[in-house]
Design a protein around this ligand. Sequence first.
Ligand SMILES: Cc1ncc(COP(=O)(O)O)c(C=O)c1O
Length: 388
Amino acid sequence: MRDEFLIFGKPDIGPEEIAEVVDSLEQGWIGTGPKVHRFEEMLGEYLGVSHVRCVSSCTAALFLGLICLGVGPGDEVLVPAMTFVASANSVEHVGATPILVDSVPGTGVMDLDLAEALIGPRTRAIMPVHLAGRPVDLDRLNEIRDRHGLLVIEDAAHAIGAEWRGRKVGSTGNVAAFSFYATKNVTTAEGGALAADDPRIAERVEHLALHGLSLGAWQRFSDSGYKHYDASEPGFKFNMTDLNAALGIHQLPRLDPGIEYRAELWSRYDRLLEPLPLETPPPASNEMRHARHLYQVLVGPESAVERDELLSLMTSSKIGVGVHYRAVHLHPYYRDKYDLDPAAFPVATDISNRTLSLPLGTNISEADQDDVVEALRTHLVTRIGVGA
Ligand SMILES: Cc1ncc(COP(=O)(O)O)c(C=O)c1O
């Protein structure tokens, strides 16, 4: 048994991030300022997208992105059933209707054939989710977009650094939202960004993220003198602060080596878990670069241990684990509002019941990983006598 609890998704914060935050504190510019701007430039360059705006969360980026695309009441948006509720919530918040789409078995990503079959006269947009860091087929997605004249807003909360046929997620002509929440591959504690090729979308996002004001605080209070601002529409308070961006500007350069390290742990999990009654994630295809955000196993149907029981057993062994996700249609709000039957989403329902995410990250060592595998083996062997 480990001495210390292995925290799931513990952020990997280095001395550069700490020094940068201290620098902001000492300088006194702790709100939205030059570091946010610098992080936006770095993201644009990394993603190969001409305009990026940082906001307070990916949820805010999805919400503002939908507003800027003109999605609203009367519109339908195709959203995967297998996602975090924030994806569907953003659609609800703009007054549109999320139409849930079942998953591809194994990978859990939105089934694009099913999505296309659900397109009707009110369908306005598609919100694919690059689940666990695995990009959806962006060629197929964009072909559906163009054939049906739809808008696409990619929920890339898990997928900064993921690529489809050599092109980064978020760089194929769609609006894309990223998350820098504490557990993500790049973290700013809380934060998000919207990437867009259209400068008008980026400018409106910036504007709406700070009360709808014509000038951000940084511009108003700079040393070139006070300037008045105009409020041209009622905006929100979704701006990122320099304290958050201070983390991001040192996290981003470590993303690519981090994905490589995660990929090594990933293959090691695949190998070590093979004898256990678990389904490991399908391999990444040659067309993609997987961002390796979440390593999810499915508790095998032959196992006598239910997933929920295994969750408690792992916690009692001092191993933090996660569930990504309980599908949207299983949450009371969506189930009741849209009268959704779990049987209509058989793949997402099955994943919801059996999925378990294991610790994966740049601060997870092989020894930590051995502890995870040992704990799984102990619980599975003890409970069902699997000779692994
Ligand atoms: C798929 C997905 N979309 C959206 C979000 C929302 O991200 P944030 O917490 O930055 O708002 C998350 C958060 O984990 C997520 O997993």
